[in-house]
Design a protein around this ligand. Structure first.
Ligand SMILES: [Zn+2]
Length: 271
C-alpha cells in the first residue's frame, strides 16, 4: 500500500499488545529499493516483501533496521540471504554489513535518507528522515498509536526524552511509524509524547509523595485500569522514570524501595 510518494507499507502478521496490528515494513523508492525493518523472521512476510519488490520490477539495494528488537530485526538475515542486499544499522547490532552513524546520509533510489540517532526505546534506535518530503521513519521511537515502551536497562527515559527534543530541530511533517498507521501531524505527536512523559514523571513523584514506595505500588496507583498483559511494560516505564529521577538527585533507592530525596520532599507535590 502506497503511504507516501515512493513509499509502500507492508504489514507483518505479528499482532500483539506491543506490536499493535503488526510490524510495518517500508519499501522506499521505485527501482533500487531500501527496505526499512524486515520485521519478524517469518517466511510468509519475507515472501510478501519479495513479491512486492518483484511486482515493481525493482530490486532491493539496501536493508535498514530501526533497532535491534526482534519484531524489526529478526527477518533481516533471511531477507539479506534471499535478496543479496546488505544490512545497515546501528553498530550496537551484531552481524550487520554497514554501521550507521548519526547525521549520515544513506542512498535511497537516487535520493537520500538521513540517519538520526534516537536512543531511548532501545539503545540502538535510529530514525530515518526523507528531508525533502519532511517524512520521518520513526520506528518504535514514536508509534502511530499509544506510547513506546521504555524498559531499562537498555531503555533509558532521559535518552528517550532527549531524542524527542532532538526531533523538534528537524523539518518533520509526517511520521511513518514501526507500528500502526502514519501520523499526519508529526510536530503535534512529538509534543504529545513529550507532554505524556513529563506528566508520568509528575505522577511518579506525586505517588511517592503519597507514600507508594515500590514499583508495584507505583504502577497500581498510576495505571489503575491497566491491561494485565502490559503490567510488565508499565513497571519498566516506572523504573525508567525512577532511574532518571535518581540521576537527578530527586529520588533515592533502598533495596526494592524508592523514596523522595530530602530536597525533593520539601517541594510541593507536583499534582
Ligand atoms: Zn516494534
Amino acid at each position: 500500500m502506497l503511504v507516501a510518494p515512493r513509499v509502500r507499507k507492508l504489514l507483518a502478521d505479528n499482532p500483539g499488545p506491543y506490536t499493535g496490528p503488526g510490524t510495518n515494513t517500508y519499501l522506499v523508492g521505485e527501482r533500487e529499493l531500501v527496505v526499512i525493518d524486515p520485521g519478524p523472521d517469518s517466511v510468509e512476510h519475507i515472501d510478501r516483501i519479495l513479491t512486492a519488490v518483484g511486482e515493481l520490477g525493482a530490486r532491493i539495494a539496501l536493508i535498514l533496521v530501526t533497532h535491534h528488537h526482534s519484531d524489526h530485526l529478526a527477518g533481516a538475515d533471511r531477507l539479506r540471504r534471499r535478496s543479496g542486499a546488505p544490512l545497515a544499522a546501528h553498530d550496537g547490532i551484531r552481524h550487520i554489513d554497514r554501521a550507521l552513524t548519526h547525521g549520515q546520509r544513506v542512498p535511497a533510489d537516487g535520493e537520500w535518507l538521513e540517519v538520526i540517532a534516537t536512543p531511548g526505546h532501545a539503545s540502538t534506535h535510529l530514525c530515518f528522515l526523507d528531508r525533502p518530503r519532511e517524512l520521518l521513519f520513526s520506528g518504535d521511537h514514536i508509534l502511530g498509536k499509544g506510547t513506546a515502551v521504555v524498559y531499562p536497562p537498555d531503555g533509558d527515559m532521559q535518552a528517550y526524552l532527549d531524542s524527542l527534543y532532538l526531533l523538534r530541530q528537524y523539518p518533520i511533517r509526517r511520521l511513518l511509524p514501526g507500528h500502526w498507521e502514519p501520523v499526519e501531524d508529526g510536530p503535534a505527536k512529538i509534543a504529545e509524547y513529550i507532554d505524556h512523559r513529563l506528566m508520568r514523571e509528575r505522577e511518579v513523584l506525586a505517588a511517592l509523595h503519597l507514600g507508594a514506595d515500590t514499583i508495584e505500588a507505583l504502577v497500581a496507583r498510576i495505571y489503575p485500569d491497566l491491561d494485565p498483559r502490559l503490567v510488565g511494560a508499565a513497571g519498566g516505564s516506572v523504573r525508567a522514570h525512577l532511574l532518571k529521577l535518581e540521576r537527578e538527585g530527586r529520588v533515592v533507592q533502598h533495596g526494592e524501595r524508592w523514596y523522595l530525596s530530602d530536597s525533593e520532599r520539601t517541594r510541593p507535590c507536583p499534582l
